[in-house]
Design a protein around this ligand. Structure first.
Ligand SMILES: Nc1ncnc2c1ncn2[C@@H]1O[C@H](COP(=O)(O)OP(=O)(O)OP(=O)(O)O)[C@@H](O)[C@H]1O
Length: 404
């Protein structure tokens, strides 16, 4: 190749503004579809903030990809703008508790996000005690702001409730002199609240909202609103409706829908197709599903994966058997037998039945598995069945990658 030949492609033939399909992209209002009511309710809950008064603490629930983080961030940003117009100094901080799950990490993230050059307060990455981080955080807030909104995303991933206690009671406990705090907790675990300390619950859950899943037409609209990510004429007509139909079937997840659209574009790119064709959508969906599941079990222990592998093998065998239903559930003891075999193959000691039961409970908490209680009549007593909620083929692939 001579120097004058192009080594690089100068123009992307498929995407013009791929950023619109990236996960962390925060769309402007015109591109937020079907959430007017939720945005209105959320705004109403934090409304006192624009007058410098305490915003209500809010907990938002809903399945994954239903726009919870998006709406929480959007309303917080708008509150800060409106407060500013009213002469009130407001700010917001965002904590991804999946990443900053310890009390220290979370308070450090909040403090460094609200800190300004004006304060002379230094927030190191590490090296000071949690109590010192708090002291510095309160100082910054009182010096700089009238109001702060703190979004705790994936709040169920926090190691404990300590930070919730601190934040929800900072005013009452006299930690803060003038600044008012509002906490917006976000979770896709509807059962999360049951685990919360009673005192925290009463102050943190002043208002609760549940975001419903999107239907196919809303998903369609969400994707159409971002179709300018692609070059004109590159996206075949059937692509968005097909991606919307698939994502709607799997609990109306907008993230999945957008991922499918992006992957379909990437498939077109990789095979140098001129347009994104409807047939790419199925493959894109598999990739989106695999990615999401890999993310879900990232960080899980080997035994937790062996247990899942046992249930997956049982589910795959059942699916091959025409006489059993696709969503066949299995008893703990049956899963345990197979789990023990897997441990032997892996050359490791198996855990007790009780521990395996706990691991299955954890999978149920992550919505990977569904548990149901059955009464086996007087001879058998009652027992639990576990059903795999994910596509067993996807789970098998991901586990094959993660179990060496
Ligand atoms: N109503 C909507 N209009 C436009 N885009 C949306 C809408 N809802 C969600 N999205 C997009 O879908 C993706 C996922 O949304 P978001 O992160 O808000 O979901 P979530 O409910 O917080 O999910 P999780 O519980 O998994 O964190 C984001 O890229 C977001 O921009």
């Amino acid at each position: 190749m001579s120097e004058s030949d192009d080594l690089f492609i100068r123009e992307d033939p498929i995407f013009v503004n791929k950023e619109l399909l990236e996960i962390n992209h925060l769309p402007e209002e015109g591109r937020i579809v079907g959430r007017d009511e939720e945005i209105g309710q959320l705004a109403n809950a934090v409304n006192p903030g624009i007058f410098g008064q305490s915003p209500s603490n809010v907990l938002i629930y809903g399945k994954t990809g239903t726009g919870k983080s998006l709406c929480a961030k959007y309303v917080s940003r708008r509150l800060v703008q409106t407060a500013d117009e009213e002469g009130v100094s407001a700010t917001h901080a965002y904590v991804d508790c999946a990443q900053d799950g310890t009390e220290t990490q979370a308070v450090q993230t909040i403090a460094s996000s609200v800190n300004t050059d004006e304060t002379d307060i230094y927030i190191p990455d590490k090296g000071i005690s949690t109590a010192t981080y708090y002291k510095r955080l309160w100082k910054i807030l009182d010096a700089e702001y009238d109001v702060v909104l703190i979004i705790l995303d994936e709040i169920d991933k926090l190691e404990d409730d300590d930070i919730l206690m601190q934040l929800s009671r900072a005013g009452e406990a006299g930690k803060l002199e003038s600044c008012k705090i509002g906490v917006i907790g976000v979770s896709n675990k509807i059962k999360y609240k049951d685990r919360m300390d009673e005192r925290v619950k009463s102050s943190l859950c002043e208002r609760e909202f549940v975001f419903p899943p999107y239907d196919a037409s809303q998903l369609n609209e969400i994707m159409v609103a971002r179709s300018d990510a692609f070059r004109d004429g590159v996206l075949d007509d059937g692509v968005i409706p097909r991606a919307a139909a698939l994502a709607a079937r799997e609990h109306g997840d907008a993230r999945k829908a957008i991922d499918i659209l992006r992957y379909a574009g990437e498939i077109a790119q990789s095979i140098e197709a001129e347009t994104v064709r409807e047939e790419f959508v199925t493959q894109a969906r598999e990739r989106a599903e695999t990615d999401r599941f890999r993310e879900l079990i990232r960080g899980s222990t080997p035994h937790s994966r062996y247990v899942l592998q046992a249930l997956t093998m049982l589910s795959i065998n059942a699916r091959e058997d025409e006489t059993t239903p696709d969503n066949q559930g299995f008893r703990t003891t049956r899963i345990y037998d197979l789990y023990e075999q897997i441990c032997r193959q892996e050359g490791t000691d198996s855990l007790s039945l009780r521990r395996v039961r706990d691991l299955l409970k954890e999978h149920a908490f992550l919505d990977i598995v569904e548990q149901s209680r059955h009464s086996g009549g007087s001879a058998e007593g009652s027992y639990t069945e576990h059903t795999l909620l994910e596509d067993p083929a996807v789970v098998k692939d991901v586990l094959a990658d993660t179990i060496e």
